[in-house]
Design a protein around this ligand. Structure first.
Ligand code: AMP
Ligand code: MG
Length: 354
């Protein structure tokens, strides 16, 4: 009798231990949700990644990678490739990291494709206006003309074998602000995918990129920021459903000289027209690109903003699997053909034009 009791006790113990093992095994494989917000590349980034513990680890690795990219491509970080290239302008070529070389090469290609609407040698103009600095100001026409003479993407000399970058004239400078976040987004996604992540939503300060769909199987719903939210009281002007895609926006609402805007209503913003040296005024207040590669989307959203709806949307229509949305100063929405049937404004301040 005693012996039977002992046997039963051990049997129950073994079953309990087995159950415990199973439960803990299940917990570690649970499709958990991992969220993280952080500041990088001059903006707040928010990551939401689904998966087990390895997904969380990959999320942290992706964040480290973004900070690494920032340290190479920032215009202000001491010792970044960009700072070194700008300092050596007109003097000597600078050896850079492969990432920096890749991004600059892409940017120059987009410079050619857009006939200079995207021009990373815009740095002297960006500095002159100081829109991202503590002391932004409207410069004189003379000052603008002087700096504009230094803007020309054809004077970026790339040596593929040596991985060097040279700016031909002294005083020239590059700024990767229009494209680097897109590259960072692609890299974050690459790292997450390599770790087996199948569902994620990354927001890099308005540049959104997704992996797969929502865990419930439906497309991710991305609200595109209303560029006049202070007037309309609405957060977005449309919502798009996407799977494995990036949604990148540019606009005059992101950064502008607030003091001047409050006094005069004139919005001197951060996207410059390299032909004039003034903030681009091509009739748009915002625009968005939807495609799979974020570096392409980032370059093209800036291009669309500078070119304006007619020329810009025509350029995008000629590219494969890339869609564009252009919002005019009259709050009219124009899109590429692929979005025409599906896009619906989410507030009635905006109107779709066919
Ligand atoms: P995005 O928000 O991607 O449209 O990029 C805007 C940022 O790119 C600005 O803050 C500047 O640093 C830089 N930028 C402004 N105008 C241009 C331009 N025409 N071509 C290339 N970069 C630009
Ligand atoms: Mg851009």
């Amino acid at each position: 009798m005693e012996r039977n009791k002992i046997k039963r006790f051990f049997a129950v113990l073994i079953v309990l231990i087995l159950v415990l093992f199973l439960v803990s095994g299940c917990i570690s494989n649970t499709q958990g949700q991992h969220d993280k917000s952080f500041f990088a590349m001059d903006t707040v980034m928010t990551f939401r990644v689904y998966g087990d513990r390895s997904a969380k680890k990959a999320m942290n690795k992706a964040i480290d990678r973004i900070k690494e990219i920032e340290s190479h491509m920032s215009s202000t970080h001491k010792d970044s490739d960009v700072v070194k290239i700008n300092k050596a302008a007109g003097v000597e070529p600078v050896k850079v990291h492969d990432d920096t070389f890749y991004v600059i090469k892409k940017a120059v290609e987009y410079g050619k494709l857009s006939n200079g609407a995207l021009d990373i040698t815009i740095r002297p103009i960006v500095e002159l206006w100081g829109i991202t600095s503590d002391k932004p100001r409207v410069p004189s026409q003379e000052e603008i003309e002087e700096k504009l003479a230094l803007v020309d993407y054809n004077k970026v000399v790339l040596d593929e074998d040596k991985k060097t970058v040279f700016l031909e004239n002294e005083g020239m400078g590059i700024d990767l602000g229009a494209i680097a976040k897109g590259f960072a987004a692609d890299e974050a996604v690459r790292i997450l995918r390599e770790a087996g992540v199948e569902s994620a939503l990354l927001n890099l300060g308005g540049n959104v990129i997704t992996i797969g769909s929502n865990p419930d199987g439906r497309p991710w719903r991305i609200g595109i920021q209303d560029p006049r939210t202070e007037e309309t009281g609405q957060p977005h002007f449309t919502i798009v459903g996407v799977t494995d895609a990036t949604v990148v926006s540019s606009g005059d609402y992101e950064r502008y000289i607030e003091e001047v805007y409050e006094k005069t209503g004139e919005r001197y913003h951060h996207i410059f027209d390299p032909r004039t040296g003034y903030p681009a005024q091509a009739g748009l207040i915002a625009c968005t690109i939807i495609t799979s590669s974020s570096i392409d989307a980032d370059a093209l959203s800036t291009i669309l903003f500078v070119m304006g709806r007619e020329e810009g949307l025509k350029l995008i229509e000629g590219l494969d699997n890339i869609e564009g949305i252009a919002v005019t100063t009259d709050k009219e929405i124009y899109t590429t053909e692929g979005l025409k049937a599906s896009l619906i404004p989410s507030n009635d301040n905006y109107r779709i034009v066919d």
